[in-house]
Write a protein that binds this ligand. Structure first.
Ligand code: AMP
Length: 223
């Protein structure tokens, strides 16, 4: 049985944290296009250089590049039962491409979790966010501090602040989200796949909501 869950929502709303939670609950891979781009930037390869020229300005990486990246990721063996998609699709063209890609191997999007929060709290969350170098585990200096400052609780690697979490870039990312990604709310509502989750509560209570929504949606989607 193939399962694909998309996490949709503005930057800083907690998509990464909740994606990792669902991925571990369902034993599915967590695919974050942002994490894949950052890994390529770190390697300094051509894709990394190209992605960095957009990411550093808070802009989206072009659809053709991002879609090709996802298509390649899906060929890896850990995706055989599905995936949790964090930060993809981000445009209607990506959503169309995803549908075609999943159809080609008998899958479909089973559920879209749309996590919401007011813009002021997104800015606060992004400004205090620390990510781990090794695997992108996410902490927050106030809401979810690591046990030891600057060190990831899970794998012991260094925590750093993403360049694109700086105030100027954050505002741009939120604008771009509203213009280019928010149309997906209607796209997936029309397809009866979207469930809204209030992301403003503490992480654990958002996770509990997510768990119950996922359980219900998958039992009806898989019939
Ligand atoms: P994220 O880690 O999801 O916040 O992504 C960081 C940045 O990577 C975004 O601001 C975009 O510049 C780029 N990115 C990630 N996913 C996509 C996507 N699906 N389409 C275009 N750009 C993306």
């Amino acid at each position: 049985m193939l399962t694909y869950i998309v996490l949709l929502g503005p930057p800083g709303v907690g998509k990464g944290t909740q994606s990792k939670f669902i991925a571990s609950e369902l034993s599915l891979p967590h695919i974050s296009t942002g994490d894949i781009f950052r890994a390529n930037i770190k390697q300094g390869n051509e894709l990394g250089k190209l992605a960095d020229s957009f990411i550093s300005k808070g802009q989206l990486v072009p659809d053709d590049v991002t879609i090709a990246l996802l298509r390649e990721r899906f060929t890896q063996p850990d995706c055989k039962n599905g995936a949790i998609l964090d930060g993809f699709p981000r445009t209607p063209a990506q959503a169309d491409a995803l549908q075609i890609l999943l159809n080609s191997f008998g899958g479909k999007v089973n559920l879209v979790l749309f996590i919401t929060a007011p813009t002021e709290s997104l800015i606060e969350r992004l400004a205090g966010r620390w990510s781990c170098r090794a695997q992108g585990h996410i902490f927050h200096e106030r809401f979810n501090p690591p046990k030891v400052k600057g060190i990831c609780d899970i794998d012991g690697s260094e925590l750093y602040q993403r360049d694109d979490d700086k105030a100027e870039t954050v505002l741009n990312r939120i604008q771009i989200y509203k213009k280019q990604t928010a149309p997906l709310i209607e796209y997936y509502t029309e397809r009866r796949l979207l469930i809204e989750i209030n992301g403003i509560e503490p992480i654990e209570s958002v996770s509990m909501q997510v768990r119950s929504v996922v359980k219900k949606a998958l039992s009806s989607s898989h019939g």
